[in-house]
Structures are given as C-alpha cells and as structure tokens.
Ligand binder design. Structure first.
Ligand SMILES: [Zn+2]
Length: 155
C-alpha cells in the first residue's frame, strides 16, 4: 500500500509542468530541517498513504519568520509541504490562514480568480489533484497541519 515511488506515477498523473514543480521541491529539500527554537510544532499524518511530517513555525509579532518540516512522506506530500513553507515564510498569521482556505477551495474544485491563483503561486501545481481522490490527502496534509499550528499559536 501507500504511494508508489515518485517519478513514475507522477509523470502519468500530473501534467509535465506540475510534476516538474513537484520534482524540484523533492530534490531541493531546502525546507526539510529542524528549527532551533520554534514557537509551535505540530505533527501531521496521512495514514491512508503513510505520510508523516512535523511542521514547525517560528512566529514573531504575528509574522511567520521561519518554517520547516521533518518527517517522511510520498513525493506529493513532501512537495506540498515544501511549497507551502515557501509561501508562508514571511507572511502574517492571517495571510497564512487565508492561503489555507484558498488551497482547500482549489482542491475542492472551486474556481478561483486569477488573483487568488497567483496568491497560491507554485501550490497551483496541485490543482489537478482533485481528479486523483487517493492523492488528495497527500496534498492537503501539510495545509491541515498548518491550520492546527496557526490555531495553537494564537492565544
Ligand atoms: Zn502520500
């Protein structure tokens, strides 16, 4: 069970452009590290695939100064968390929360405006995932984990 090794299935399931974005994030691993003194650390789990991450955020004055993750997941889940971290680093907590909602709306096949899609930037690579129900949880795990982290961080 679980997700097949990345590369083979992604090439079939996603368009070339989007699988390239996902591949780049899997290769770079620049967001996969431990933060020294995180404000909030939240585990995320997707049992249907075996994806398990721990997301850490460092917050200061309502701004996400830094974010990183550790753990292991399939290519889609790790690319999703990495892309999400690039998006939220430097953002306010309110902005990150708004991005969560946008991402879930996109995954739910709602049509977003051009401006909204631009806000999601590389995360639009997952827009086609709703056509692959088995992989939806892989793509959304990071964002669900972020929601919990933001809730835990707010007094
Ligand atoms: Zn997965």
């Amino acid at each position: 069970m679980g997700c097949p090794p990345y590369g083979r299935c992604l090439a079939l399931e996603l368009s070339d452009l989007y699988s390239q974005v996902i591949r780049d994030h899997n290769r770079s691993r620049h967001n996969k590290r431990t933060l020294c003194d995180p404000t909030v650390t939240v585990p995320g789990k997707n049992p249907s695939c075996g994806d398990e991450i721990v997301l850490s955020l460092t917050l200061k004055d309502g701004i996400i100064e830094d974010a990183a993750y550790t753990g292991v997941g399939c290519a889609i889940s790790e690319a999703s968390v990495s892309i999400m971290i690039d998006l939220i680093r430097g953002a306010t907590v309110a902005k990150a929360s708004e991005l969560c909602h946008l991402f879930f709306r996109m995954i739910g096949s709602e049509s977003l405006t051009r401006e909204e899609l631009e806000e999601l930037d590389e995360a639009v690579a997952f827009s086609g995932i709703s056509r692959m129900p088995a992989r939806v949880k892989c793509a959304t795990m990071a964002w669900h984990t972020l929601q919990v982290a933001l809730q835990n961080a707010s007094p």
